[in-house]
Design a protein around this ligand. Structure first.
Ligand SMILES: [Zn+2]
Length: 232
């Protein structure tokens, strides 16, 4: 592409972005709660799930569906692993319209995932983004066990998790594979969370404005608890 072509593409992208931003401001109006309150609602739901006191299923009624026909205002965006053992709606005890869920093996990001996060945060007004990993993740284990150049579409997943594995190999040197997988899983959650604003100017801007917050979390397969993962 020549220089003029590149300039045209950049200008068009800018116009689209500006139009989307204007539409977002006009349509979202926020969800009425803060990121901290949204996180607390998730923790409260997780507690109900652990204690077998779940309420969301009985709230998913025809009238609830009717109330959501004109739009949605989910208060949290959840980027979680696709693992069948941790559906976010169940482990957080949430009903229709509450959480905007993006699931991909290894809870990694790519342009499509980032676009979904941007839609949830800017257009729908969600104040909270949760990057949710979990124990004994198959995708992270595959990345730890990978030898040579990864191939095919699963190779793309392994490649995305590889930086976390590389970091974990230094941190968990001499430890067994199970510990290496957990260290890599934690590093992957942290690296993904750190990459979101680096790769998304929209999220970077919303973070700067205090309109959105990112929380890193990990799900315990044994007791069902979701715990916040702190930065190093
Ligand atoms: Zn997983």
């Amino acid at each position: 592409m020549n220089r003029m072509g590149k300039t045209f593409v950049i200008l068009c992208a800018g116009v689209v972005l500006a139009a989307w931003s204007a539409a977002a401001v006009a349509s979202s109006g926020g969800v009425g709660i803060s990121a901290e309150e949204a996180w607390q609602k998730l923790l409260d739901g997780n507690k109900r799930y652990i204690e077998s006191k779940m309420a969301a299923c009985s709230e998913s009624t025809p009238s609830a569906r009717e109330s959501l026909t004109k739009g949605q205002k989910p208060y949290a965006i959840i980027l979680s692993c696709s693992d069948s053992r941790l559906p976010p709606e169940i482990i957080f005890d949430k009903s229709m319209g509450e959480i905007f869920v993006i699931r991909v093996a290894g809870n990694i990001i790519d342009p499509v995932v980032l676009g979904s996060i941007e839609y949830g945060a800017e257009h729908l007004g969600s104040p909270l983004i949760v990057v949710l990993g979990h124990e004994r993740c198959g995708a992270v284990t595959a990345a730890v066990e990978a030898k040579g150049k990864p191939e095919g579409n699963i190779g793309a997943l392994i490649k995305a998790i590889a930086p976390a594995v590389k970091q974990a190999q230094k941190e968990a040197a001499g430890k067994d594979k199970a510990e290496l997988v957990e260290t890599a899983s934690n590093d992957n959650i942290r690296l993904v969370a750190a990459s979101i604003p680096k790769k998304s100017p929209i999220i970077k801007h919303l973070l700067k404005e205090g309109k959105v917050k990112i929380v890193m979390a990990k799900y315990d397969l044994d007791d069902g608890k979701v715990t916040k993962l702190e930065s190093k």
